[in-house]
Design a binder for this molecule. Structure first.
Ligand SMILES: [Zn+2]
Length: 223
């Protein structure tokens, strides 16, 4: 019986014949070593017929090459796939980047403003962790050029506490109150915030709601 020990077939060199237990098939198989260093078990007739030329590394290499130098057809295919992957197709929508930044402010400790958001307990509604969930709640009210804004600055981002505002509305909300009347006298919010250890946003919110005295400066549950 012909056994090509030591013979070369492409990148494969036959080392020994596989036993019946090893091959689990009626076809004779050879243990081969590939030029790439990998050992492989290959059917004798594929070696002799010339269809087995390597352990599979050549095909993998070719596939890699094809991926790097795609045909026009492959490029089209990838585009189509890309569209499919963008399930909501809205990653370029201005609301998408707002949503992404909002989520990051609340959940990503690396975000520059995390301290003022996630860091002080400003949370994101669970269903808003995906853009689809957020959009389902907020799309109806959306107008181009508007920014996502909270109604109560001490509460998190959710449908009942959010609205779309123009940038100038937002600025006004933020700059309405600079000085507040505290139990220790009138002072600017930043100073009061440092003095009482209550965030500026929280102080402003309370103040605008008419809270005065000790209630104004008591530490927030969340802080
Ligand atoms: Zn190989």
């Amino acid at each position: 019986m012909y056994t090509p020990i030591g013979e070369r077939f492409g990148k494969l060199v036959v080392m020994s014949e596989a036993t019946k237990e090893e091959r689990k098939s009626r076809h004779r198989k050879m243990h081969c070593i590939c030029d790439c260093g990998k050992k492989t078990m290959t059917m004798l007739f594929t070696l002799k017929g010339g269809s087995a030329r390597s352990c599979g590394c050549v095909a993998a290499e070719k596939a890699k090459e094809r991926w790097k130098n795609p045909t026009k057809e492959m490029i089209e295919q990838r585009k189509l796939q890309g569209e499919k992957n963008k399930t909501h197709g809205m990653t370029k929508h201005t609301a998408f980047s707002q949503w992404a930044d909002m989520k990051s402010r609340c959940t990503n400790k690396g975000h520059a403003w995390y301290k003022s958001y996630g860091g002080r307990g400003i949370s994101l509604d669970n269903s808003w962790l995906t853009f689809e969930g957020f959009w389902a709640d907020m799309e109806q009210l959306w107008v181009e050029g508007m920014q996502i804004d909270r109604i109560d600055n001490d509460k998190g981002y959710c449908k009942s506490n959010c609205k779309w505002s123009t940038r100038s509305q937002q600025q006004r909300n933020k700059s309405n109150t600079k000085f507040i009347d505290t139990p220790n006298g009138v002072m600017d919010i930043t100073t009061a915030s440092e003095l009482y250890g209550v965030s500026a946003g929280c102080l402003r919110y309370r103040y605008e709601k008419g809270v005065r005295g000790l209630d104004l400066i008591k530490k927030s549950q969340r802080a």
